[in-house]
Design a protein around this ligand. Structure first.
Ligand code: GDP
Ligand code: MG
Length: 463
């Protein structure tokens, strides 16, 4: 069949370090230089049509995904740098099946920094609507330690009326949220310019907050205000409303609207979960993942579900994109960090259980979520006695060997809090960390070794 190219807009979401950028890089490499021996897709050959992009680039609010840079990092045995701003991967390709059909796709994937998803609390809301939403959301106990109530109390104190005082109090609130893994750090732009990422302590993050604008610039900073201050002219904080509203609108226009516009035309959703890091970090991190994932899934679900009795659960962003996504894909990533199939299928079970409850109250035309798993870049192979061996040669899946690191087993159920804390204290959950080196061929013609990426590609094309 010769026809127009099929648009394939794919939303890839997940918290920081779930593996989005590495996933995009490996996927792009396997499509650009498809080798059926390295990635077997149902007797099909993928043929890149990158040349179609030249000259015809339609205007996009996003810069191009830095594929070359990320691929080069892998070749130099480093992981790609943390993502600082959204970027767009565009990849036209054809699928040839022997003697059968030919299909032509125009694949687009947006790579965003995980933290950016927090900004979706602003989607579809005016400044006043956002303030009301924030108050609502935290009153329902969605802020873990009552931090928002404390923030509102602080700024409602006699004598607080200056912008700087309010912004400082909001910075304190954001610093505390960060420590709780709540990922409610809005505006997410405050993450920009951070040096360390995951090694950072809450104190360091709080200090960092002083060095960045809470908005698109220092002149356009904003923070939420108590609902009472918005309408009541006598309210001591009322004088700040116009300023904050301007800052909010500028930020929303520049940073949030382009994302929601893009995501609202997505056809597929892959939500990536770093299961092993959750196990290592404990219940708080799991909580954040559930809250965040539920919010993301809610956005992509059908609005009708919102009328259901369980709707309260989903009120994290309170916003619907109204997409055409049939059913979400939940993907356990980095499965090369464990030994054997059983542990990998347990990782899938954990992901399934993480979102079983929110998914019950959300409405997708295709029904249940599809659970998958992969390692976009394979850094280990299974040796004897439960050990993992590391790759020693670029572009080659590592040889199994008796020597190597013995990772923990993955449980098929989430541990309860008490047992979990004990397990963490006794280092019962230990997996190769981000220090394990990707050995990827320096030539782009040889895409990275991986696990199960062919299933992702098959699902993209035929799913
Ligand atoms: N072993 C292994 N580690 C991975 C893989 N993908 C990502 N990682 C690790 O996870 C980190 C974060 O990946 P990245 O793609 O930048 O995550 P993002 O923040 O979601 O974009 C990387 O620096 C690696 O340490 C993988 O396929 N295998
Ligand atoms: Mg990234």
């Amino acid at each position: 069949m010769i026809g127009a190219r099929e648009p394939l807009r794919v939303a890839v979401l997940g918290l920081e370090s779930s593996g989005k950028t590495v996933f995009l890089t490996s996927l792009a490499n396997h499509i650009l230089h498809h080798n059926p021996r390295l990635l077997r897709v149902k007797n099909a050959r993928l043929v890149s049509r990158q040349s179609l992009l030249a000259g015809t680039r339609s205007p996009s609010p996003f810069p191009a995904f830095p594929y070359r840079q990320a691929r080069k990092a892998l070749a130099e045995r480093r992981w790609p740098d943390a993502t600082r701003e959204p970027s767009l991967l565009r990849l036209p390709f054809d699928v040839h099946r022997m003697g059968l059909d030919e299909r032509r796709f125009d694949l687009e994937i947006l790579d965003i920094p995980g933290e950016t998803v927090a900004d979706f609390t602003m989607a579809g809301k005016s400044y006043a609507g956002w303030c009301a939403f924030m108050a609502d959301r935290f009153e329902q106990g969605l802020g873990l330690e009552g931090g928002y109530t404390h923030y509102l109390k602080t700024i409602s104190h006699d004598g607080v009326s200056a912008k700087d005082q309010v912004l400082a109090a909001y910075r304190d609130f954001l610093g505390a949220e960060y420590a709780n893994y709540v990922f409610a750090v809005v505006p997410s732009i405050v993450h920009a310019g951070r040096t360390s990422g995951r090694a950072e302590t809450p104190e360091e993050f709080r200090k960092h907050l002083d060095t960045v604008a809470l908005g698109v610039s220092r002149e356009l900073e904003f923070a939420p205000l108590p609902v009472g201050a918005l309408k009541d002219r006598e309210h001591p904080l009322h004088a700040l409303v116009r300023d904050f509203e301007r800052g909010y609108d500028a930020y929303k226009r520049a940073k949030v609207d382009p994302l929601t516009n893009w995501f609202s035309t997505a056809w597929k959703l892959y939500y990536l979960v770093n299961v092993l890091d959750i196990l290592k970090m404990g219940p708080k991190r799991k909580n954040a993942e559930q809250r965040f994932g539920a919010a993301a899934l809610e956005m992509f679900s059908r609005k009708s579900s919102y009328l259901g009795p369980l709707a309260v659960l989903g009120r994290v962003f309170g916003f619907f994109l109204e997409t055409n996504i049939d059913r979400p894909r939940l993907v356990a990533t980095q499965i090369d960090r464990v030994h054997s199939e059983r542990n990998r299928s347990n990782m899938e079970d954990l992901v399934r259980k993480l979102f079983a409850q929110p998914l019950e109250s959300l409405d997708f035309p295709g029904g249940k979520a599809l659970v998958m798993s992969c390692a976009a870049v394979r850094t280990t192979s299974e040796g004897e006695g439960g050990a993992l061996a590391y790759s020693a040669e670029a572009g080659v899946a590592p040889e199994a060997s008796e020597k190597g690191y013995i990772p923990s087993n993955v449980p098929s159920d989430w541990p309860d809090s008490l047992a979990w804390q004990e397990a963490i204290d006794s280092k019962a959950f230990s997996f190769p960390d981000s220090g394990n080196i990707p050995f990827v061929d320096s030539s782009e013609d040889v895409p990275p070794p991986h696990l199960r990426m062919e299933r992702i590609v098959e699902d993209l094309i035929y799913g």
